[in-house]
Ligand binder design. Sequence first.
Ligand SMILES: [Cu+2]
Length: 416
Amino acid sequence: MDIHVELEARETAWQIAPGRKVAAWGYQGMVPGPTIVAQVGDTLVAHLVNNLPEPTSIHWHGLRLPAPMDGTSLVQRLVQPGDSFEYRFELPDAGTFWYHSHATETVQIERGLYGALVVLGPNEPTFDADRLFVLDDVKLDRHGNIAKTALIDRHSGREGKVLVINGQSEPEYEIAAGQVERWRIVNACSARYVRLSLGGRPFRIIGGDGGLRDQPVTVTETLLPPAARVELAVGPFDDEGAEIAIESLPYRRTAMKRPRRDVWGKLRVGPRASSVASIPATLATIEPLVPEGPIEPTRTVRLGARMTLHGHDWLINGEQHHHDAPVKVGELQVWELVNETGMDHPFHLHGFFFQVIAIDGAPVVPTSWADTVNIAAKGRVTIAFRPDDRPGKWMYHCHILEHHAAGMMGHFEVVR
Ligand SMILES: [Cu+2]
């Protein structure tokens, strides 16, 4: 089935709280843009109309689509003001994805040009309710307008003090006692890491960037770096009337910022209701790409920095906007991602899911597919992927938007 979506990028008044409007940019006048829901195998036909004062494009984050549909300036001419472009591609995988501008991202995503895309598979677990939360932080100036990019942002990445879920600050939700909900969460922040907690209560992680994980795992917190997604089973709770904070715990991603706890919203436990939720013990089969044993990287990607007169440049293998070697369709890729800086970086690979197979050289068993992974300060993460037959130009980059803009990205070709 074809899913048709109109995405007009234009100026809009973003109501972030009752009586509080911010001049923003959104798709269809909304922040986030419309949530797109489709089934595996559907074809998405998205018609982007640019009514912004500057060029734009859309990147479909996490989707295994043909290279010409990826929305980067490597594969398409940016859509000029007054022009339009039709994205058309099949949706091969179930999961929680998002779409966002891939032009002047430090401005365009910050102003609101992002939205979520949910692709449903044939055998989804049963829940009492489904929710989608897109997290963002907004940096306002003293007049209440979205602040201009500051020099310090180029170094540490931009964080805003106004925390919003689905475009609203301090939202409140209710979950019936006894019920279990599926929460899909997208971190759309420019640079903020979200160490998510629900008032310390246990919840189950059921999926990541690329759909369901192998088995549910019970935790009391989970770290979402910028651009990452997670799927949770929340509940059941027994204490009717309780109020649970949807919060982020202190996380030190850089020595330059003081970690703190923040409250994003509130979850109230409502009157008891019966439950039909059923979560199987095995959710998906994740075949390891790399057999157990010594791991030989096929490529090393070094994330670095250099001081310049105008602040920091952010580098891959010693250069800004690194031109990396091609990879061949079908050939196993084992990339060691080495963070030489004193700050965490969320690494995002376009177009292909990977498995995390080692952290700091210690092998880990892959439990899910990812397109974004945090590389801790001075840390190393080894990933594996096998490029399927979608030749063309692709990129990888730090998803702290200011770091990407300041050079921490690489581009490479997938060749037959
Ligand atoms: Cu970075």
